[in-house]
Design a protein around this ligand. Structure first.
Ligand code: GTP
Ligand code: MG
Length: 299
């Protein structure tokens, strides 16, 4: 394991080798890194979660955001969590093209993580890795996840500011919104606003915010990521939300949600699936089998 000082020095010099090695080690087995993780003293560098359906333009948007922040002299880390799907390789290759100009930039660190079948698509070690990045001298951490099912909720439970990226003809997304997307988004980004229905779609979301008395909590920004349009407004909206998210109560809420996730993950690890399955095979054969009684043995 590299020391955090070595990692930090590397980051300052635009050399991410020690960081990359440490990330791999944590990804392989976070339990082995317990002492290292407990020694970290993370900064308050904001974590910006960016989620939305496949192909909505998340990576293209990130490339534009990076540009804006690099110009402000910031150091930026991007973690892209790819769902383990047949498109996985393609997504990484696509990102290499879309974020091409940033892969070798000394202020920018980009890393793709496979979600390894973790439910909801978020990598199981995301809390560890974002905390590492906060301890390694980055000013902003971006967390990109494809919005499939639960992952919007998961990303919101990790990020200081959550962007939900949608595209105009996203009929299904409106359905998703009704079932909870409203809760997680701090900023709705209507990307591909070069498309005909973009304004109507943005107004629709705005209307939903009004109906839900959520205009204080969330905002709507229109962008054309591929033409770098709307990026300044988006950067300003993020900054505005950051100012709100910096309150002690928001920080505490986020830390509490992360703590709960870490506890749940640890408790899950303590369960031995095979052992439970074997015990079940036996218990099932008795006529007096009761699932509550059975499960209690493993509490
Ligand atoms: N017309 C139009 N196309 C765009 C815009 N933004 C991105 N695209 C295109 O949309 C496609 C998908 O963009 P990505 O940035 O890879 O989208 P993504 O959400 O990161 O995709 P996944 O990571 O695979 O879920 C690319 O071909 C982009 O060039 C936009 O504002 N307008
Ligand atoms: Mg992408």
């Amino acid at each position: 394991m590299q020391s955090i000082e070595q990692i930090k020095q590397g980051v300052e010099a635009g050399n991410f080798l020690a960081l990359a090695k440490t990330i791999s080690a944590i990804e392989n087995d976070a339990n082995k890194a317990t002492d290292f993780l407990e020694s970290l003293r993370p900064s308050l560098a904001p974590i910006i979660g960016i989620t939305g359906p496949p192909g909505a333009g998340k990576s293209t948007l990130i490339a534009s955001l990076i540009q804006a922040w690099v110009e402000e002299g910031k150091r930026i880390a991007v973690l892209s969590v790819d769902p383990s799907s047949p498109f996985h390789q393609g997504a990484i290759l696509g990102d290499r093209i879309r974020m091409r100009e940033w892969y070798l930039h000394p202020q920018v660190f980009i890393r793709s993580l496979a979600s390894r079948g973790h439910l909801g698509g978020l990598n199981a070690t995301t809390i560890e890795l974002t905390t590492l990045l906060q301890s390694a001298g980055f000013d902003i951490i971006i967390l990109e996840t494809v919005g499939v099912g639960q992952s919007e909720v998961e990303v919101a439970a990790l990020a200081d500011t959550t962007l939900v990226v949608l595209v105009p003809e996203a009929g299904d997304d409106i359905q998703m919104m009704k079932s909870g997307l409203m809760e997680v988004a701090d900023i709705f980004v209507v990307n591909k606003s070069d498309r005909p229905d973009a304004n109507a779609f943005a107004s629709h979301i705005q209307q939903m915010l009004i109906e839900n008395h959520a205009t204080e909590k969330a905002s709507v920004v229109q962008t054309i990521a591929s033409q770098k349009e709307g990026i300044e407004t988006l950067v300003a909206a993020i900054k505005h939300h950051q100012a709100l998210a910096n309150h002690v109560s928001s920080k505490k809420k986020l830390l509490l949600s992360k703590t709960m996730q870490l506890i749940v993950a640890k408790k899950m690890q303590q369960l031995n699936y095979t052992e439970i399955e074997e015990a079940l095979s036996e218990a099932m054969q008795t006529s007096s089998f009761n699932i509550f009684e059975f499960a209690k043995k493993f509490f």
